[in-house]
Each structure stands twice: as structure tokens, then as C-alpha cells.
Ligand binder design. Structure first.
Ligand code: AMP
Ligand code: GLY
Length: 422
């Protein structure tokens, strides 16, 4: 079959790679793609959803897979479905689970899914009152999409109040911050859990851990994610079961009751406290860099998983994973996450180290000129290692990091530190 992927990052590149090794897939298109997807797929420069649907129809593309949240929140799935085109992703209404923190929190509380206690408000007076009632630190979240920057963890009540004030006045995040969520701080460890959903059935993928801060030891500013590994041994069968019965199933049932059956990837950001899963957030897409470690674990052909999910037949599928681990180290440009950097050529040692079997690069912020690739994005690429243990996968990923060069490259040295020596 022929498949279109919407998006341009490392996440979409890794989905494209999984489809490339899938015998059921003939042609891969990526809209807009990046300088590396064009090596084995066709990049399409069409933004308008109806025009993209025209392209899909004209070229007989069998399935569209949406990577990022923005087109989902903007309703790409609704446009395609209206035209009877098969698409994997959440509807505009269901995407409010990510698009509005207030919708998400109210949904969690309505369906009794465990989450931090909170208020939602657009009033400064009630924000101040609630802040006074909480112990430190205090978490303040802008309602709308803020490219991952809309969550502030305040270490004093003064800081919490001034954060709330700047958000509510529109100063920090414009309209996205004019309503806010204030919630208690949860102290535990975070897991990224993904369920592939078809509206009523779901398949859970191996749990992953991301590394959101820029620097080693979880220091420095928040980023989109500097590395990930999966499966994490920080979860056992009992915890998976709790996550399924207390979070995934009530979410799917709740969304059916809300009249917005959930299809696509349900990304559940969890805090685990005393072996109990508590929902921090939902996203309606794969995590990035989590997707880059999950795709290499997928034994079931990716086309079959996404097609059956989009078509409503996930119950027909026995999902299978390779018995191995994957570790991804993000290599970012010099000024990430503050500002863009001067594009620089990416040079990869040749021959690549022979111990690097089962290792690959997932390209994100890159552009192409002739046969040269340039680092143009913030997160430029990911060095992905796979192996029989986390240590082996990690060693390979880092060995490969040493063979990739561009001016100003930076990466964390401690990806998967949480579980080494276990
Ligand atoms: P969110 O976009 O809601 O996932 O928040 C981004 C990050 O902020 C999360 O990955 C957590 O690291 C942190 N965070 C969000 N809410 C809380 C909370 N209630 N307690 C502790 N940390 C939080
Ligand atoms: N890696 C976290 C995210 O994609 O939101």
C-alpha cells in the first residue's frame, strides 16, 4: 500500500523508517518531510488539508498518518474522514485532550481518572486564593498549546502569583494563557505510555522515559526532549494493568460518552507515586523522542497497526514487539532551545563503526543541498541504538554519536541514567 505521513521531525522520520522496512508498503510520501526523508520517500509541500486530501485521492494513497498535534487540533482528521479517506489520528474534538489543559483536567475529573488536584480559572483573585492553599512547589499551566513551554513549576508563592498574573494578562502566552490550570506538585517518576486506539479497542506499546531538560542530571531549561529509551524496567505487569484499567479504558469509554471516540495515538504522561499511576497530561500524538525508540521495537508491520487502528479493527491484531531495547540520544544544534543556529554540514564517519549493527540515525531538523545534509533545526537528529540490554543499546547509540559531526553539536551524556546498573 501507499502511505502519507504528515509532519517533518524525527518522529515522522522514524515512522517512515518503520514503513520502509515493511513489505506491505510500496510508496511513502511525507508532507512536508525533511532533507533526509526525501532519500527514500517523496516530500510533498502542501499545507492546506483539502488540497492534501486532493493529492491523496489523485495518487491513490491508501492511508494517511498524522505525526504532530497542530494539524490534529486544527481538524485534519475531520476533513479527510468527510471525504472517506482513511486517516490515523484524533478528531478535532478529541484533540482537545491535548489542545486544552482545562478540557483535559475536567475530563479526568469527570471520569474519575487519577490526576493532580487543581483549579481552572481566568480570575486572578481565585488564582491567588488557590495558590495560598497549596504547599510548594506549585504548578501553573497555560490552557492552550504553547509548544511545550506552558508549564511553570514555581518554588515560591510570589513566583506562582506573578506567573499566574503574566499568563492571565496574556503577556506570557497570548490567548493560550488567558485561562490557566493551577495544580499540586506531584513527586514521583515520569513514564510515557502510548496506546494505539481505534475508538474502542487499544494496543499498549512498551513504556518509555523521556529526558526533558537540556543538560545532564536533569538540569537546565525544558526542551522538546533530549533522549529516550524503551522498554523501561520501571514498570511491571501490575502497573501496566493499573494503567490500563484506571486510565486507558476509562479514557476510551469517557471519550465515547462525550461523543468523540478516541482514534490515533493516546500519549499518557504519567507520574508514578508509590506504584500508583497519576495522569500529568494527555497528548494526541506520539512523543518525540519516544517514537524514535518505539518504532524499532515494533515487530508487527507498522502499516498493519496504523491501518487497522484507522479502520476500526484493532481487535483483529495481535501486536508483537522485538525482544530488545532501544536508546535514542538527541543531537541538537548549538543554541537549542534558545534560538536558531547557523546551518552547518553534517559529516558522518565512513566507514561507520562495525559494532554499530542495529543502530541508525533518525533525522529531524535537517535540509538537503545536493547530496549534502545540513543541520538546520533545533533538534537535528537522533542517534538510535538497539540491543539485548539497555546498556548495550546505549553504548551503541553513544558510539554512533562520536561518528556524527556538525559545528556546535550538543547532546546529553546520561540518557537512560535512571535504569543503568539495575
Ligand atoms: P505537561 O505538559 O503537563 O506534561 O507538563 C510538562 C512537564 O512538567 C511534565 O512532563 C512534568 O515534568 C512537569 N509537570 C507537569 N505537571 C506537574 C505536576 N503536577 N507535578 C510535577 N511535575 C509536573
Ligand atoms: N517527548 C515529549 C513530547 O513529545 O511531548
Amino acid at each position: 500500500m501507499d502511505i502519507l505521513i504528515v509532519g517533518s521531525g524525527g518522529r515522522e522520520y522514524s515512522i517512515a523508517l518503520a514503513l520502509k522496512r515493511d513489505k506491505n508498503v510500496k510508496n511513502i510520501y511525507v508532507a512536508p518531510g525533511n532533507g533526509a526523508t526525501s532519500e527514500f520517500a517523496t516530500n510533498i509541500d502542501i499545507k492546506d488539508f483539502n488540497k492534501l486530501a486532493d493529492f491523496v485521492q489523485e495518487n491513490g494513497i491508501n492511508l494517511t498518518i498524522v505525526g504532530p498535534e497542530a494539524p490534529l487540533v486544527d481538524g485534519i482528521v475531520d476533513v479527510f474522514k468527510k471525504r472517506d479517506l482513511l486517516i490515523f489520528g484524533s478528531s478535532k474534538n478529541a484533540s482537545k485532550l491535548e489542545g486544552s489543559k482545562i478540557y483535559m483536567k475536567n475530563f479526568l475529573s469527570k471520569y474519575k481518572i487519577p490526576t493532580a488536584s487543581y483549579i481552572e480559572t481566568n480570575s486572578l483573585a481565585s488564582a491567588y486564593d488557590f495558590i495560598e492553599s497549596l504547599t510548594l512547589p506549585i504548578v501553573i499551566k497555560a490552557d492552550g498549546l504553547c509548544a511545550g513551554k506552558g508549564v511553570i513549576i514555581a518554588n515560591s508563592k510570589e513566583e506562582a502569583k506573578s506567573t499566574a498574573k503574566d499568563m492571565l494578562s496574556g503577556e506570557s502566552f497570548g490567548d493560550a494563557g488567558k485561562s490557566i490550570v493551577i495544580e499540586e506538585f506531584l513527586d514521583g517518576y515520569e513514564l510515557s505510555v502510548f496506546a494505539i486506539c481505534d475508538g474502542k479497542n487499544y494496543k499498549i506499546l512498551p513504556a518509555a522515559q523521556d529526558h526533558k531538560r537540556l543538560l545532564d542530571g536533569d538540569k537546565g531549561p525544558n526542551t522538546g526532549g533530549m533522549g529516550a529509551y524503551a522498554p523501561t524496567p520501571l514498570i511491571d505487569e501490575e502497573l501496566y494493568k493499573k494503567i490500563e484499567t484506571r486510565v486507558v479504558e476509562p479514557t476510551l469509554e469517557g471519550m465515547q460518552k462525550e461523543g468523540s471516540p478516541y482514534t490515533g495515538v493516546l500519549f499518557i504522561g504519567l507520574m508514578i507515586i508509590d506504584d500508583e499511576p497519576i495522569v500529568l497530561e494527555y497528548n494526541v500524538r506520539f512523543g518525540d523522542p519516544e517514537c524514535e525508540v518505539l518504532m524499532p521495537l515494533l515487530k508487527t508491520p507498522a502499516s498493519e497497526l496504523f491501518y487497522k487502528a484507522a479502520d476500526g479493527y484493532l481487535d483483529d491484531l495481535d501486536i508483537e514487539f522485538y525482544d530488545r531495547y532501544a536508546v535514542a540520544v538527541v543531537i541538537a544544534s548549538q543554541n537549542y532551545p534558545y534560538k536558531s543556529s547557523t546551518p552547518s554540514e553534517i559529516i558522518i564517519d565512513n566507514p561507520i563503526h562495525k559494532e554499530l549493527d542495529g543502530t541508525h540515525i533518525s533525522y529531524a531538523g535537517v535540509s538537503r543541498e545536493g547530496d549534502k545534509l545540513y543541520a538546520t533545526g533545533g533538534r537535528v537528529l537522533l542517534s538510535v541504538g538497539t540491543g539485548g540490554s539497555i546498556q548495550e543499546a546505549r553504548d551503541k547509540a553513544y558510539l554512533q554519536c562520536g561518528q556524527i559531526h556538525f559545528a556546535g553539536k550538543q547532546f546529553r551524556q546520561d540518557i537512560a541514567y535512571q535504569v543503568l546498573n539495575r
